[in-house]
Design a protein around this ligand. Structure first.
Ligand SMILES: *Cc1c(COP(=O)(O)O)cnc(C)c1O
Length: 418
């Protein structure tokens, strides 16, 4: 049997919706994008949602909207995907990396505090040396769909006057319930859903989601930014379409709706109606898709719990709803005769395709060469990435495929015990 790392599940409903778009003549941004924005905003309880063609675009425009400029400092995790930090570089701003929590693999709040204090007191930190630019933004990333400790992060952001932009690429629908003492305070301003939970992406000034093919819900390629701040939403919308101000015509009664003015050199980041049609259906199924992934994670957890060579990932728990975008299994390498790469090869030989999330950013050639970053800077991320294996976890995964993954993992462990 062969189990891919991911296989999309596209139903007839979605195919019909895309056909409908093709027949309607609205190929690019039109009524379905508008509807998708409204329904997504409602799903996460946000005042505004801006649909974009990727989460990377959402992160880029969010940084632009909060006024990041050349030389500014933006805090990012090292344990994340390329996009979280590359958008900082688009401005020639400086990504300041932070190590991860060993349990959740999300940004470690204590390390975050240490980093902020070092930056503000002009001490060397994160492989960087003073003098520093202005510290403006923190970009926490909800690793695998498990929400970061947002109360601690928002508390620091508030204290130091920093913007928080959440990289929620993995985290829809994921949620976090702040201890009741923290809701309605100055720290947590967003209104909880009726169950007391706040969706990931709703703590910071802007939350950015990805609808890339293998993300929790998909539009093929696509993204969404949510915010309660109208000025930010307007700016992001404007910059997503060339910096065209289409409301300008209202000021000139003699002109028509064909009139626009360019107010900034914007980008071309709009989502298409073809994609939004897919998104509308995916959105309505989001919780059902999440439950399907949760059930697979639970099967893996049960099967691996008593195997001392393996460490299972964090789960949904009281106060955290996990979206289960990833299932990052960790190997206890001291109990195995093979390393992680060999483990993945052994699984591949048994027909199971895995991935790794991720080689920490500071170990990539670009960051080594640009900032002189080296091994030893972020010991937790460096230690954990060497033993990470992401197993297949997707709603279209059949029961026998889940069982085959479990059998194969156990077989590889059994054949390679120390
Ligand atoms: C996938 C991903 C992104 C980028 O999403 P796109 O929609 O492909 O631009 C950003 N951050 C993280 C953590 C991701 O995994």
């Amino acid at each position: 049997m062969k189990v891919p790392f991911f296989r999309p599940e596209i139903t007839e409903e979605e195919i019909a919706e895309v056909s409908d778009s093709l027949r309607s003549g609205w190929l690019t941004t039109g009524p379905k994008v508008k509807q998708f924005e409204q329904e997504f905003a409602q799903a996460v309880g946000a005042k505004f949602a801006v649909a974009l063609n990727s989460c990377t675009a959402a992160l880029h425009l969010a940084l632009e909207a909060v006024g990041v400029k050349r030389g500014d400092m933006v805090i990012v995790p090292t344990m994340t995907f390329a996009a979280t930090a590359e958008v900082v570089r688009y401005f020639d701003a400086v990504p300041v990396m932070v190590d991860c929590d060993p349990r959740t693999l999300c940004m470690d709040p204590q390390q975050l505090r240490h980093t902020i204090e070092a930056l503000l007191s002009e001490q060397p930190v994160a492989g960087l040396k003073p003098p520093y630019g202005r510290l403006k933004v923190i970009i926490p990333m909800h690793y695998g769909g498990y929400a970061c400790s947002m109360v601690a992060i928002m508390d620091m952001a508030d204290f130091y006057g920093l913007n928080v932009i959440e990289d929620s690429a993995h985290a829809f629908p994921a949620a976090y319930r702040p201890p009741t003492a923290d809701t309605g305070t100055t720290i947590i301003r967003s209104t909880p859903l009726s169950n007391g939970y706040i969706p990931a992406g709703r703590f910071g000034r802007v939350g950015c989601f990805s609808f890339y093919a293998n993300k929790c819900i998909t539009t093929g390629e696509g993204g969404m930014a949510v915010t309660d701040d109208e000025r930010i939403a307007d700016r992001m919308r404007l910059m997503s379409l060339h910096g065209m101000d289409r409301d300008a015509w209202k000021r000139f009664t003699a002109e028509g709706s064909w009139y626009y003015e360019l107010v900034a050199p914007g980008y071309k980041y709009n989502l298409t109606d073809l994609a939004a049609g897919l998104g509308l259906h995916q959105l309505r199924k989001a919780e059902q898709l999440r439950l399907a992934r949760e059930r697979i994670a639970q099967s893996y957890n049960r099967a691996f719990a008593s195997i001392s060579e393996l460490e299972t990932p964090v789960e949904s728990e009281d106060g955290r709803t996990h979206s289960y975008h990833l299932y990052p299994l960790r190997l206890n390498l001291d109990k195995l005769t093979i390393d992680r790469a060999q483990f993945i090869e052994e699984l591949k030989a048994r027909g199971v395709l895995c991935s790794v999330h991720w080689l920490p950013l500071h170990l990539h050639p670009y960051y080594r060469e640009t900032y002189g970053m080296t091994e030893g800077l972020f010991p937790v991320a460096e230690r954990e990435w060497l033993r990470l294996v992401s197993l297949p976890i997707f709603p279209a995964q059949r029961e026998e495929e889940v069982e085959h993954v479990i059998r194969s993992v156990i077989d590889v462990v059994t054949c390679n015990r120390r």
